[in-house]
Design a protein around this ligand. Structure first.
Ligand code: TYD
Length: 135
């Protein structure tokens, strides 16, 4: 998998005059069925999150409030995405090392995931990640 398989997804927004309603439908707006939703908020200044890869999980990551950076790394190339719009998501495919940092005050990070939580799907050590890519 390459970071070129990860992409920005522009989500549809309805009714702008009375506030933005953003819609995300599994298999329509994202290339997977949505099995789990979680969000991260009250993130202390300077904190870095992520720093792991997933063996098979697919995710869409959205800054529903505030902003943060997502650094993607496929073992060869790295790319930084600055997330600061509630209607723009970043699709992250399996086997990509991701780090989230530079959280603004009040940032809320919403994540839609293709599978239920499974710690066995995580690769939390970068050397293990590099080794897995070579297999
Ligand atoms: P983790 O995915 O490492 O968070 P981040 O990538 O944002 O730094 O998860 C942090 C902790 O929360 C870890 O102990 C696992 C737990 N967790 C769950 O129990 N269920 C979940 O759906 C998620 C995403 C994490």
């Amino acid at each position: 998998m390459s970071i070129n398989n990860c992409q920005i997804i522009n989500l549809s927004v309805v009714g702008k005059e009375i506030g933005n309603l953003t819609v995300i439908e599994g298999k329509r707006d994202v290339p997977f069925d949505i099995k789990r939703i979680y969000y991260i908020c009250d993130i202390p200044e300077g904190v870095e999150r992520g720093s792991h890869a997933h063996k098979s999980l697919q995710q869409l990551i959205i800054a529903v409030s505030g902003s943060f950076d997502i650094v993607l790394d496929d073992g060869k190339d790295k790319k930084i995405f600055h997330m600061n719009r509630s209607h723009i998501g970043l699709y992250v495919c399996p086997m990509i090392w991701r780090t989230l940092n530079n959280f603004s005050s009040g940032a809320v990070c919403l994540v839609l995931a293709s599978e239920l939580y499974d710690e066995n799907d995580y690769i939390r050590n970068y050397t293990d990640f590099s080794n897995a890519l070579e297999k």
